[in-house]
Design a protein around this ligand. Structure first.
Ligand code: SF4
Length: 86
């Protein structure tokens, strides 16, 4: 079952391939649509939580999502080391 925010995404009325671009220009087109989307945050968190590798989600490219996950892992490790997290 798809999360209920998905139906409110601006991509709901766009061709799916817009959000699975094959080049940098296509990525920028998708990101511009996402920038105006009312469900950008849950969309990005969904893609991060589900480790979705392909496409533009929540205004972030595949590379940007990998960077976010890496930064979060690094931060979680730091918090664990200083005792803020178990
Ligand atoms: S942020 Fe982008 S990919 Fe996510 S629902 Fe909105 S338009 Fe679709």
């Amino acid at each position: 079952m798809e999360p209920n925010w998905m139906a409110r995404g601006l991509c709901a009325n766009q061709p799916p391939e817009t959000f699975f671009p094959s080049d940098g220009v296509g990525v920028e087109v998708a990101k511009r649509i996402c920038a105006m989307c009312p469900v950008k945050e849950p969309c990005l968190e969904y893609a991060l939580a589900n480790r979705i590798d392909h496409g533009v989600w929540g205004g972030c490219s595949e590379r940007q999502r990998r960077r976010i996950l890496k930064a979060r892992r690094k931060e979680a490790g730091r918090e664990k080391r200083v005792g803020l997290r178990r």
